[in-house]
Design a binder for this molecule. Structure first.
Ligand SMILES: Cc1ncc(COP(=O)(O)O)c(C=O)c1O
Length: 427
């Protein structure tokens, strides 16, 4: 088998892509869509990106917004000059757009961070009590909690079982916070966030959602879901300019000592030479946790991504992704030796992430084959979620294909053909 001749080119020929009228195309234009990848035999092929879950390309709208903001870029917050005011206004506008996009309550804080990891570490520094977390999490939603002594619960093999175990844990000993993933970065399975929020609240706990994999795929409203805190990354939301978000209830943020201390977080610092010290009065509000010069372009990028995704519409995104994910899953399940992974036997919803193993092949070997023979980029390994990948029996890791707004049906069909080819080859 080989790549369709429409997608593959001989070396030195100008790449051309003939559209196939019946195939479902990408839902949105993204950067890198016309990139050609070199193959082992010297030809090139249009790069098929199946690594959205690690880092998504920028939406063209995001690229344009950043370009425009760059043209007027200047310092923020402390300047009276024209461009300083323009940059400040863009930064604060991005905050409002994000608040609207995630259905924040009027008194929630939207804090710009570096990424999801940064957001969860910040929240961990603000929680005024015990935390409960599941062991199936990405390390970003596990290790910051472990550091502050969280209770780590082993997630049973069903969602109903997981809810029961959490219910039992919170009834036996109260906690201030439960922190869960919105969608698994290994399997894409989605947890029932509203039910989890209601469960936590019944026991007097708040709930934080690691939205790194959920927010790029599904709309979530803090107001409607009851979620207290949400963390996510710009670079997984088609806005790879170094910013992330932590949004949620103001009181813990306003009462906690800032983790990063410096200018911007403090509104008054008084030197007391006799005592050889300084007294600091910290801001309340997002500024308290945004010390230092903020990443204006990162925030602008996230704001532009939120607006572009909202314009595309939740239904269109879900339809596009469901079609491609179902096509990929059903096709993979028909290939000899390919096993797709699932954490919870009763899960019914997933975002566009499919992890699998190929019998007798190391995940890295599969990933290298897909890249060098078919120009396909996937991720292999344990995806920074070692406990759950081990629990799924994949001690050497697995391969993960993740889909996004720039993925088309032809990409999925190429991935399936490649795996059929690999499965048919003699070891
Ligand atoms: C579910 C989940 N949470 C957190 C993270 C960490 O995100 P970041 O690397 O942007 O901090 C990731 C990254 O892959 C993830 O998939």
């Amino acid at each position: 088998m080989s790549i369709a001749t429409t997608e593959r080119t001989a070396v030195c020929l100008t790449p051309t892509v003939r559209s196939t009228p019946v195939a479902l195309g990408p839902l949105a234009a993204v950067t890198g869509a016309d990139e050609y990848a070199p193959l082992r035999d010297g030809a090139t092929v249009r790069y098929a990106n199946f690594d959205y879950a690690a880092s998504a390309p920028a939406l063209i709208e995001v690229q344009n917004a950043v370009q425009e903001a760059l043209g007027e870029y200047a310092s923020v917050h402390r300047g009276a000059g024209h461009l300083s005011q323009r940059s400040t206004s863009r930064y604060e506008q991005a905050r409002e757009i994000v608040a609207e996009f995630v259905g924040a309550r009027a008194d929630d804080h939207v804090i710009f961070t570096g990424n999801t990891t940064d957001s969860i570490n910040l929240l961990a520094a603000c929680v005024p009590g015990e935390v409960v977390v599941l062991d199936c999490e990405h390390h970003a939603n596990l290790l910051p909690w472990k550091k502050i002594g969280a209770r780590v619960i082993s997630a049973p093999l069903s969602i109903e079982g997981t809810l029961e175990v959490l219910e039992k844990e919170l009834s036996s000993r109260p906690a201030a916070l439960v922190s869960v993933t919105g969608a698994s970065n290994v399997t894409g399975e989605v947890l029932p966030i509203r039910r989890l929020a209601a469960l936590a609240h019944r026991h007097g706990a708040r709930i934080a959602v690691d939205g790194a994999q959920l927010v790029p795929h599904r709309r979530i409203s803090l107001r409607e879901s009851g979620v207290d805190y949400l963390a996510f990354s710009g670079h997984k939301l088609y806005a790879p300019f170094g910013s992330g978000v932590l949004v949620g209830r103001a009181d813990w943020f306003d009462e906690a000592e800032p983790v990063r201390c410096g200018g911007g977080a403090s509104y008054e610092v008084i030197g007391t030479p006799v005592a050889k010290t300084v007294e600091v009065a910290w801001h309340t509000g997002p500024a308290r946790h945004e010390a230092g010069s903020p990443n204006v372009l990162g925030a602008v990028a996230i704001g532009a991504a939120c607006e572009a995704i909202a314009r595309l519409g939740e239904d269109a995104i879900a339809r596009h992704e469901r079609f491609l994910t179902d096509l990929l899953l059903t096709s993979l399940e028909r290939i000899d030796g390919v096993r797709t992974l699932k954490i919870w036997a009763d899960s019914t919803e997933r975002v566009g992430i499919v992890a699998f193993t190929v019998e007798g092949r190391a995940p890295r070997e599969v990933a290298e084959f897909l890249s060098s023979e078919y120009g396909i980029g996937v991720r292999d390994g344990k995806f920074c979620a070692h406990p759950v990948v081990n629990r799924l029996g994949c001690y050497d890791g697995a391969v993960r294909a993740s889909i996004g707004l720039g993925t088309g049906e032809n990409d999925v069909r190429r991935l399936v053909r490649a795996l059929e080819d690999l499965s048919a080859r003699q070891k």
